[in-house]
Every structure is written in C-alpha cells, then in structure tokens.
Design a binder for this molecule. Sequence first.
Ligand SMILES: [Zn+2]
Length: 305
Amino acid sequence: MNRIRRPLLTLVIALVAMLSSAPLCAQDNFETTQIADGVYQFRWIGHNAMFVTTDDGVVVFDPINVDAASVFATEIQRIAPGSPLAAIVYSHSDADHSTGAATLMDAMGQEGVPIIAHQNALAPIRARASADQPVPNATFSDELRWQIGGRWIELHYLGPSHTDNMVVPFIPDVGVAFAVDFVSLDRMGYQDLPGWIFPEFFDAVASLLDLPFETMVFGHGPTGDRAAIHRQITYYDDLTAAVRAAFSEGLTEDQAAQRVRLDQYSDWDSYEDWFPLNVRAVYRWVAEQAQAGQRLGSGSIISDH
Ligand SMILES: [Zn+2]
C-alpha cells in the first residue's frame, strides 16, 4: 500500500465506522438526553419517558411500551452500568405510556421491581388485564415522597386532568418535573382531548406552578420551563373564552370548529390539525355545562374557566 492510499483507507474506515452507527440515528427511533444531574429523558419515537439515577438504583417514569422497553433497558445500562431498577412509576393508566414494565425488568435481568401508580390507575389497568401492563403494586392518593440512594423522589397527584390518575413526578434536588399528555411545550392539546376532564383539568395545570420546578420533561415533544406552563394556561383560557363566545352566538359544534381561530397560536405544534378538534372538545363541555345549568334552572354553575 503506498503513501497516498493509506490516508484514503483510513478515511474509508472512519466513514464505515460512522455509517455502522448511523442506522440508529437515521431511524431516529430513540434518543437519551441528559436533563439534569442524574436525570434523563428517554424518547421513543414520539413518546418521552424519564429516568433518575441514584446510588441505590434507577427509578423509571413510564416504560412507554414493549418495543421501547427493551431499548430503554439498554440505554439505562449504558448510562448507569450495573445499577439495578429500583422502581417503575406509571404516569397514568394509558397503555401508550405505561406498558412494557415486564419487558423492562426482563431486559435488566430483574423481577419483582415495585411498580407505583396513582390509586385510580388500578381499575382501568385491571380491566385491561394485559400481561404487558402489569398491575401496580404500590399506589398513593395525593402525594408520595421517598428517599433513595441519596435523593428524594416526589410523586404528586394534582387531581383529574387527562385521565383521573395522572401522576406528576418531581425531583427536588434538580428542580425537574415530568408531566405527560395534559401539558406540553407550545403544542395544541392532543386531537379532541381524549380523556381530558373539565373543569378539573384547568386546576391541575395551574397546580403545576405550585411545584418549584425549573425544567419540565413532557410526555411528548421538547422540554419546557415555567413560562411554558404559563403559556399552556393562557392557551386554554383563550380557547375556552373563544368557544364560549361562539356558543353564546348560537354556533353549532361544526360551525365553531370551522370558524373559531386563535391565530396567535398558529406557530404552535399541530395548530392546523388539532386546533379545530380542541375547539370541538371544549364546545362539548361548554354545551354540557349549559344543559346542566338549564336543568338546574340556573346558569350560575358555570365556573370562571
Ligand atoms: Zn394518555
């Protein structure tokens, strides 16, 4: 081999090495991002989970699903080699975030890892009776705090929001919280807000600000800060006011979905696709409230949301 070809060969080897690690990046299926000291976001396609490393093991918030869980285990072992799973927390009962716990344990070579959820998550998970979504063996009602491996883990229940069993984990030493589905960074609510419970939802979002977090990992999309939650609150206030106005003018649900616009949010994720569906969801709630008010012979039950 002559002098000219040797650097070329080296370059080719370097390129092959880059390409051989490329498929995972090219598919862009998953990504692990450090959020704070010992706190990581694990993204699987469009879903985010979070995990926290401690001196006594790793706490996982949402295994996501069976396909995600085996990759998730590899990522945990890469970030925290030799560290066992200490607990798995389900953010809520929906299968697209909280299946795969058994796969995760298997892949970590463990069994019997505690699974923690809100007490209201038990009924829908038991009803589903899926081996892929093991029933939680520890539940709580309002707040659960425990210390593990030198750091505190807090789980907060802020009332019904999206489902009646949404848990908001908070890691106080780094000011990181994790909120799934009911809030996000500059993004519409999902489609026609399936599982959203009004008006309690508004209180749950506002209650997030009672937690002294600085960084919020969301179940979908990029991480946010406290201002992101303020913007979510403003968005839902604006949405509700606009839909109430349309309802008062006598618009039907279809008309409201077509005509109500809040173009100050047009740069938010999924505005064109999901905003009309958000309008429909809030319209149905406003109409139900109005009907209930008529039945009671009073409009006074309409809350200030
Ligand atoms: Zn959900």
